[in-house]
Design a protein around this ligand. Structure first.
Ligand code: ARG
Length: 457
């Protein structure tokens, strides 16, 4: 097939060079956006009498037919074409004749590809927002059920203070809420229309860029034609928000993997989201969570690939930029899959509350509360801290915990200790009393749940 751009050269490129140059293998995903963009363009050309109204209608009809046929499978993508833009224009001209050759008036593939990519990512971004929201909903249900379930809270992966499982889960809800914010925010910058920037300098035709932008649902147009065709910030932002989201999912995944281990046994994943071993009959592996953790690396790669491709790139369009698509497509596909499996995995996760409670009872995680008890009786915190440290050290030596040490023993460390201390250091009290805003008390967790619920509505 002769190249559409044959003229200056004979278009007779080497077969390997053709394959190397071609992007249709991956940009054919954007056929819908390409066709809708072309319809809006033809409509503008007709409206501004750049081509006749009759020609514009013929083109729009032809494009509509191509879209229908691609969607119902009666037209197949010809992968020998250079890219999706060339393919659509080629089929159009085959179907409606020379009129089809008028479509590319007052535009270039440079603004066309930027337009398609923006329209495509806009859809993907909105779909991701919905999927994050689904995951948040699954978290909210578990958090609601476990707003009073006691578990050890960790710092340095050492048992630190008692918390509720609901509180721990809500930390992830907050992270994911920021992810929703980030995608919503970057959507504002995706939603700027580049069509009409043409190759780089704009055009001599009396076009109406705002008409096209409005028809395609954009909120504004790119105000500098060189920037319009060179800007891929929106791709970087999309990959960046995806990388951040994956980082959050991978932290959550890592905890689920730990919690599922025999060493913790805080949760049990549903069989639907685990696998067995081909050799060890006892195994139940958290493969889905592990894969989410693993796939985070490739999304980081997508981001770094994009940033590196754009680094030092002179204005305006350079073919390097064709590399943008596989990165953002891969990031979008990966994020989609991970969110799809994560939400039901969390929703069906069984929480082993007894094991959490047992673990919480073993690590002196109420030592801070014991110190606070002395503080409330008038001792400066540092002195209280020191006494309690000694008590913990002695308890470890004689195999006791703070709850089992007798009041007579306590009195040896300080006269301020009375029997009401036992109530003060019970894990339930420790948790219930942490009423500071954002704290772990069931009351505070309930407030967090309400807040997030309202946000995602
Ligand atoms: N396939 C190209 C891309 O994805 C389309 C733009 C081509 N423009 C050009 N001047 N060769 O970037």
């Amino acid at each position: 097939m002769a190249k559409m751009w044959a003229g200056r050269t004979d278009g007779g490129t080497d077969k390997l060079a053709d394959d190397f140059n071609s992007s249709i293998k991956f940009d054919s995903k954007m056929y819908r956006q390409d066709i809708l963009g072309s319809m809006a363009h033809a409509s503008m050309l007709g409206g501004k009498n750049i081509i006749s109204k009759a020609d514009a209608d013929k083109i729009i009809d032809g494009l509509d037919g191509i879209l229908t046929d691609l969607e119902n499978g009666s037209l197949e993508i010809d992968y020998s074409c250079e890219d999706i833009h060339m393919f659509v224009e080629q089929v159009l001209t085959q179907r409606i004749g020379d009129v089809g050759k008028k479509l590319h008036t007052a535009r270039s593939r440079n603004d066309q590809v930027a337009l398609d990519t923006r329209m495509y990512l806009r859809d993907r971004s909105n779909a991701i927002i919905n999927k994050i929201t689904n995951l948040i909903s699954a978290i909210l249900l578990q958090a609601e059920e476990h707003k009073s379930t006691i578990m050890p809270g960790y710092t340095h992966l050492q048992r630190a203070q008692p918390i509720t499982f609901g509180h721990h889960l809500m930390a992830y809800a907050m992270m994911l809420l920021r992810d929703v914010d980030r995608f919503n925010d970057l959507n504002k910058r995706i939603n700027i229309c580049p069509i009409g920037c043409c190759a780089l300098a704009g055009t001599t035709y009396d076009t109406d860029r705002r008409f096209e932008a409005e028809k395609l649902g954009f909120s504004d147009i790119a105000l500098n034609s060189i920037d319009g065709v060179s800007d891929r910030d929106f791709c970087v932002e999309f990959a960046s928000a995806s990388a951040m989201l994956m980082m959050h999912l991978s932290r959550f995944a890592e905890e689920i993997i730990l919690w599922s281990s025999w060493e913790f046994k805080f949760v049990e994943l549903s069989d639907a989201y685990t696998t067995g071993s081909s050799i060890m009959p006892q195994k139940k592996n958290s493969d889905m969570a592990e894969l989410v953790r693993g796939k985070t690396g490739r999304v980081y790669g997508d981001l770094i690939g994009l940033l590196t491709m754009l680094k030092g790139l002179p204005l305006a369009y350079n073919k390097d930029m064709q590399e943008d698509k596989e990165s953002v497509f891969d990031a979008a596909d990966t994020v989609d899959m991970c969110l799809d499996v994560f939400a039901p995995m969390v929703a069906t996760m069984k929480v082993l509350t007894e094991n959490m409670k047992l673990a919480a009872q073993k690590g002196f995680i109420n030592a801070t509360d014991l110190a606070d008890y002395l503080v409330k009786k008038g001792l400066p915190f540092r002195s209280a801290y020191k006494i309690c440290g000694q008590i913990v050290g002695d308890c470890i030596k004689c195999g006791q915990v703070l709850e089992t040490l007798s009041i007579d023993e306590y009195k040896k460390y300080s006269d301020l200790f009375e029997t009401d201390l036992y109530e003060e250091i019970s894990l339930e009290t420790c948790v219930k009393k942490r009423i500071s805003e954002g704290g772990t008390s069931p009351e505070s967790v309930a407030k967090q749940i309400e807040f997030v619920k309202e946000k995602i509505q």
